[in-house]
Design a protein around this ligand. Sequence first.
Ligand code: N1C
Length: 247
Amino acid sequence: LLAVVVVVPPATLLSPRTSQFRATFRQKCQAFPETSQRCEQLLSMFEEAYVGQDPCNFPDEAYHPLFVENPFIHSCDKTMFWSDTKDLVHQFCKGRNHFVSLENSLLGNIMDGLTWCGKKSSKDTFFYLCEKCDINTVSSFWVRASAEFADYACGNASVLLNGAISKPFDPTSYFGAVEVRKLAFPRVQSLTVILVIKNNNADCSHESLQVLRNVLDPNVTLHCRSVTEAKLLECVEAGTTTDACWT
Ligand code: N1C
């Protein structure tokens, strides 16, 4: 006689995907020595925002407590924004000495490149179909993170824009729709655009920068410097990622 034993998993058993997500989160969190003891607490707080929730029309406010509990600690006058220049900006901010991008911060670094969402009446983290709605757990995270990062900026902020596309400043991007609108005078005095060009294909007179001027607080001074990608990378190589290298 054959007895078939069916093992019913207890309701608390989590999927391999959840364990995988947690492992990645912990690993990236541990890379920040200043806060490595708080990784478990940070992970629970992060999961609390979206686990068991519908990923669609997910409110960015859900992540607010996360940023209140884990404030930015970099010098606010070194803020570097970007739009469509992600790889370049990361090379550029490496070393974290002169400029700081959102990915140099704890939460920005951990979430960069990850996808996550919850599901009603589940304790799991999913990655499948998480971004199927316009407003979702991932997009709302970047809305909130970008808003907090820009609220923290002070003095002279900078932005690395792509001069090889038709709209180096795109008012619908996170930079254009969220960050620029948070740069309020007198906390922020000026914004410097570093327009990355390929063989002189664009310069600071680009009409798209006029759109940026119109969106930016009129009291905030707008500067612009155009630099070729080759020159910029040369500066990165030479370790002189400051204005001095290209002006
Ligand atoms: O829409 P974007 O660029 O203008 O967003 C970039 C802007 C930066 O200044 C950052 O501070 O907004 C912030 N930001 C991130 O830091 C970030 N890391 C990873 C916004 N988005 C970020 N991502 C992912 O890249 C995210 O999934 C989002 O959809 C893209 C946005 O890239 P973009 O359009 O080139």
